[in-house]
Each structure stands twice: as structure tokens, then as C-alpha cells.
Design a protein around this ligand. Structure first.
Ligand code: 3PG
Length: 215
């Protein structure tokens, strides 16, 4: 299994984390193929549906993707995710139980933090990269910049309300490690099996992120 620091660097290299909701594990393989073909071998599979663990298993078994679990709320879900092969665990907020279980299981924890107190609580748990969620309604890029000022060593993964129109606002911030979002993996397109369109949206997102890197 890849080390926690390799997983973190991998996410930072790709700069985008597709936040996936799979209604059926049968769609996992087609989705994985579309993401890889679109140039983004990364997925955060959310525990919002019963298909999550099996979908992670299918995607992780390929061996060519950075597969994580999202919407992880409990230590038991960390175990489910890790058993399925997830290499990182994303939570909407900060849970000591989740972060500690991630440490025990050797998977990267990316808990949510949107205030200075939450960031300090994350630092106390040894976490220096946090999900900034929900990004747009928590003050957006301006809030990330303001929060980054006192926390020089903290990196952020803003997620929530981000798409092609505002992606650049976030990726241009040095403290932003990667940006999460579902715009390239719409739930309805996955459910209807339209993986060509998912691949097109993914390739478009990758191109946009790459352009940002050149600015
Ligand atoms: C998440 O759980 O991270 C969000 O639902 C993703 O937000 P988005 O759908 O607005 O991209």
C-alpha cells in the first residue's frame, strides 16, 4: 500500500479530487475507466450510498488510481474503507475518532476544517492538510486565503460549490493542495452510464487545472 505521504503528494500532483456518489457498484468500473482515460486517476467515493465499499474495492483493485473514501463519519467506516482498499479518508468535519483510526490503519486522514479553531484542533491531531468544506458557503477563496495566513504549514483542499467557473480562484492560492468537487462526475451521468460524457468533463477539468498551474 502507498504511504500516507505518497498519497498526499499524489493528490497534490493531480490537483483535483473527484467527489463521487455511486448508486450501484456495477458502475464503478466504467467510472474508473472514464476518470483514468480523462487523465485523472483519482476518486473520493462517498459513503453516502451502500455501494461505496464495493465501489472502492473495484476501483482500488485496478492499481492505477488513488482511491479514497468520502463522507466518512465514524471509525467503523474508516475500517470499512481501509478494508476495501481506500488509501485516504475524507470527512466533512473533524472527528478525533476518525482521524485516530486512520492513523491506526495507515490511511491518510483529510478531515474538514473551516475555522481557525478547527484548523488548530486538526493540528493537535497531527493533521496538516484539511478539507475546506463547504467551500463556497464558508467564505470561498477569500476565506481560504485569510485562514492560510496564520497557518503557514497548513494546506487546504477546498470542496463544495466549486466548478469550472471558480476553480482558478482556489488553485491560484499557494496553500491550496488540491480542489475537490463533483462537477466532472455528476451522479445522474454515472447512474445512466454516460461515461463518455464523464470522460469529457474530466478531461476538461484536467485541462483547466493544468492551465492554472502555468499561470
Ligand atoms: C463533498 O462532499 O465534498 C461535496 O458534496 C462536493 O461538493 P460539490 O458537489 O459542490 O462539488
Amino acid at each position: 500500500m502507498a504511504s500516507v505521504s505518497d498519497v498526499l503528494s499524489g493528490l497534490g500532483e493531480h490537483r483535483l479530487v473527484p467527489v463521487v456518489v455511486l448508486d450501484a457498484a456495477a458502475d464503478a468500473s466504467g467510472l474508473a475507466e472514464a476518470l483514468v482515460s480523462g487523465g485523472l486517476p483519482v476518486a473520493e467515493v462517498t459513503f453516502r450510498t451502500p455501494a461505496a465499499a464495493e465501489s472502492i474495492r473495484v476501483m482500488a483493485a485496478r492499481g492505477d488510481m488513488i482511491v479514497g473514501a468520502g463522507t466518512v463519519l465514524t471509525a467503523a467506516q474508516v475500517d470499512e474503507a481501509a478494508d476495501a482498499g481506500a488509501s485516504y479518508v475524507v470527512s466533512p468535519g473533524l472527528s478525533r475518532a476518525v482521524v485516530e483510526r486512520c492513523g491506526e490503519r495507515g490511511v491518510l486522514a483529510l478531515p474538514g476544517a473551516v475555522t481557525a479553531s478547527e484548523v488548530m484542533a486538526a493540528l493537535e491531531l497531527g493533521v496538516t492538510t484539511v478539507k475546506f468544506f463547504p467551500a463556497e458557503t464558508s467564505g470561498g477563496a477569500a476565506a481560504v486565503k485569510a485562514l492560510a495566513a496564520p497557518f503557514k504549514d497548513v494546506r487546504f483542499v477546498p470542496t463544495g460549490g466549486i466548478g469550472p467557473k471558480n476553480l482558478h480562484e482556489y488553485l491560484s492560492i499557494p496553500a491550496v493542495h488540491a480542489v475537490g468537487g463533483s462537477w466532472m462526475v455528476p451522479r445522474d451521468l454515472i447512474a445512466s452510464g454516460d461515461f463518455d460524457e464523464v470522460e469529457r468533463l474530466t478531461a476538461q477539468a484536467v485541462a483547466l487545472a493544468g492551465r492554472e498551474a502555468l499561470v
